[in-house]
Write a protein that binds this ligand. Sequence first.
Ligand SMILES: [Zn+2]
Length: 295
Amino acid sequence: MTPTTVRPPATEVLFPEGTSRATARVQLVDRDQDGRLLLVTDRTPFHPLDHTWPDQPADRGTVTFGGTSHPVLDALTGAVGPGADGLLVADAIPVRRGDPEWSFVAVHVLGPLDDAAAPVVGQDVELAVDGEYRAGLSAGHTACHLVALALNEALADLWTKQPRRTDCLGHPDFDQSAITTSRIEPNGSVDTYRLGKSLRKSGFSATALTERLDTVQHAVNARVAQWIAAGGAARVERDERHLDARRWWTCALPDGTARIPCGGTHVASTAALGSVTVTLDLSAAELTVHTHVTP
Ligand SMILES: [Zn+2]
């Protein structure tokens, strides 16, 4: 298919409010190297994978047009720039998100449909996200944020000097100072932290963490359980509705309102998490935090 030369507007995303179904208008149809159909619509309930910080996996679901439902095999971040390159997807995007010359779009990946069976620009399609899978990812993501804040608090007195960053609850921000990867799963997450030289230089005592790992793990579990019992309302705030706009997860906690920059989806109350179990694994210069939600 020939590259598009018309730059579509950025996709309006509906997932921050938890929306899972929508009618949308086709803006662009393309194909990837394997011939799979790439569908861009004016709006979408699908959360696409963010290629720069791929923490929350893409939603699953279907797109329906011409009376037939097709599985959405993947949902990716794409961008269309001012040049003639057309739609670029994920790692092929050469600019930072928010670049005003580029439109950031959600790309729904379908199977290798014939051109005759493909939807056309201007056509309305029905997008439906798999609600159960989404609910699991939302629970995993909310738990991940609560665990990060509880971990920051539990590690607060392992800093020998005041670190540069503090989190939204006023504790030294171990999470943002040391995190290397975060992977959200249905009802869980796995987060890895590097306890390297730069973290030690900034005043964090990795030796003390080794000695107190059990105490820290216990403190994190206890704090998260308190926050769940308190049933704090959580939501995603945003200034604008397009895919690459800035968004924040906010949550009412007994200790104050938590607010963390976040592009993912979340449950509406900490009470929805049921119970959360956190396990800390320390090996060499890496701390791995496993979070499991039992809704
Ligand atoms: Zn997040």
